[in-house]
Design a protein around this ligand. Structure first.
Ligand SMILES: Cc1cc2nc3c(=O)[nH]c(=O)nc-3n(C[C@H](O)[C@H](O)[C@H](O)COP(=O)(O)OP(=O)(O)OC[C@H]3O[C@@H](n4cnc5c(N)ncnc54)[C@H](O)[C@@H]3O)c2cc1C
Length: 439
């Protein structure tokens, strides 16, 4: 009896946006899913600004109405300010998209992630919280299940045709297999916190994500994201050499010094109260060489993490959840759980991620400005808004980079950077979860 309970179609490791989305989708589309999440939700997580195209995954998950009823702030646009704090015209999503999906949400992640994981359970997934996966079980090269530490301290094994790694930055599988490729230019330090009473426009611009460049040479910018209950998320992303090196241990002091230096940020938080500690993280972009092996798929941040400048993390995690769900249905229909079949979506996925990565690189060219680019190529405004919406999986998305290459260096694909120094085991920068191999 117990053996039956521990056999399922699909095991999902991690209940963040990627894991909860794929578990919801597969469950409502008829698969038997078991999800293990090591934390008890709600838990703190960064990544609050959504892209409009998340709408379509919400719809497939059957959670759209819950989002519409939520107190999360509505986001209509993104706005940029340059090093001199001169602000661009907002890029309104409805300029390029006339569907209701042009409006998205700024989400407090503890509430959002709880909503998602509980929804997965409502759709029929068996969800264990506070239950870490200790190791992925293999039969030869084929993943066959997981070993889990149950809440009572015991260890149990679960088996499935497909195991999905959605462990976020822990990147359980790609760390274990040495598949992670770091992006050499996108290594940043981040400091962030939350303010109550920070300035907010009274109209629909009040829900905008603001991207405020910091001084020349810092390689950085502030995010300014309005959340519910008059709380605003404010964070700085910059080169570690600039932001933290040689500046001591007092992160709050560094954080406030940086706010003072950025006029567009300073005038918005003036008089506001900081209501949380200053968080510090390293944010190193990377991608896994493969998104699947025999019996397993890797999705979300566990597959790849891209600098947060355009708020693409949850969108990409959702897209991977959908592509993985499609590949898993195909695998069951053909009784073929090979790496080739499960990983069939990788070319499409990588093309979309690369497209976003090119725009990230353009931004970190400190002389690049959307304003100047659009002065010369005004008809590209539509394409920029499409990228900011998250519409990166269509075949024409890269057309913009021909004119943009006059203004900024556009990088070669990340997988062309694989080398003995930057290929296998390039993971010393992020603490991996405990990953063991077992038969
Ligand atoms: C500074 C910064 C700012 C960002 N801003 C944005 C933004 O504005 N918008 C946006 O869309 N994205 C943003 N992101 C990215 C976003 O946070 C991630 O892309 C997103 O959370 C990815 O979802 P995920 O489900 O893959 O991973 P996660 O959300 O990290 O979820 C992974 C889950 O796996 C669980 N887990 C890990 N190991 C195990 C284990 N062994 N067993 C069981 N469970 C396990 C973890 O507890 C976690 O709950 C930002 C990221 C950073 C670093």
């Amino acid at each position: 009896m117990k053996m039956d309970m521990n056999h399922t179609d699909v095991i999902v490791i991690g209940g963040g946006p990627a894991g909860s989305a794929v578990a919801s989708i597969l469950s409502r589309e008829g698969r038997k899913v078991t999800l293990f999440e090591k934390e008890e939700f709600p838990r703190h997580h960064i990544g609050e600004s959504l892209m409009p195209d998340t709408y379509w995954t919400f719809e497939r998950m059957g959670i759209l109405e819950k989002l519409k009823r939520s107190p999360f702030v509505r986001k209509y646009s993104v706005q940029f300010a340059n090093q001199a704090s001169r602000e661009s015209r907002p890029f309104y999503f409805f300029e390029a998209n006339h569907h209701e999906s042009a409006v998205t949400w700024q989400v407090t992640r503890d509430a959002f992630d709880k909503l998602l994981i509980e929804h997965a359970a409502e759709e029929g997934a068996t969800v264990y919280q506070g239950t870490p996966v200790k190791q992925i079980l293999f039969d030869g090269d084929r993943a066959v299940g997981v070993e889990v530490r149950m809440k009572d301290g015991s260890t149990e094994k679960f088996y499935a045709k497909v195991t999905i790694d959605a462990t976020g930055l822990s990147a359980m599988m790609s760390n274990k297999l040495g598949w992670r490729i770091s992006d050499p230019k996108l290594k940043k330090s981040v400091l962030y916190s939350y303010f109550k009473g920070a300035r907010r426009e009274p109209d629909l611009n009040g829900g905008a994500t603001l991207v405020l460049r910091t001084a020349y040479g810092s390689g950085g910018w502030f995010w300014y994201i309005p959340l519910e209950d008059d709380v605003t998320s404010v964070g700085i992303v910059a080169d570690p050499e600039y932001l933290v090196k040689g500046r001591g241990q007092n992160l709050a002091k560094i954080f406030h010094e940086e706010i003072e230096k950025c006029e567009a940020c300073r005038r918005r938080v003036e008089g506001a109260e900081r209501v949380d500690k200053v968080y510090s993280i390293l944010d190193y972009s990377y991608r896994s060489k493969q998104c699947a092996g025999d019996g397993f798929i890797i999705i979300g941040d566990a597959y790849g993490f891209l600098d947060p400048i355009y708020s693409s993390g949850v969108l990409l995690a959702f897209k991977m959840a959908e592509l993985a769900a499609d590949a898993i249905h195909d695998a069951f229909n053909n009784d073929d759980f090979s790496a080739d079949r499960l990983g069939q979506f990788q070319p499409l996925l990588d093309r979309g991620i690369e497209s976003m990565r090119k725009l990230v690189y353009a931004f970190y060219n400190e002389d690049f400005s959307f304003g100047q680019f659009l002065q010369k190529y005004p008809d590209q405004r539509f394409n920029i808004i499409n990228l900011l919406i998250g519409n990166v999986f269509n075949e024409h998305v890269d057309d913009i980079y021909v004119p943009m290459s006059e203004f900024a260096e556009i990088p070669p694909p990340l997988d062309e950077l694989i080398s003995p120094e930057n290929g296998d085991k390039s993971s010393e920068d992020i603490e991996p979860e405990e990953v063991l191999s077992a038969k």
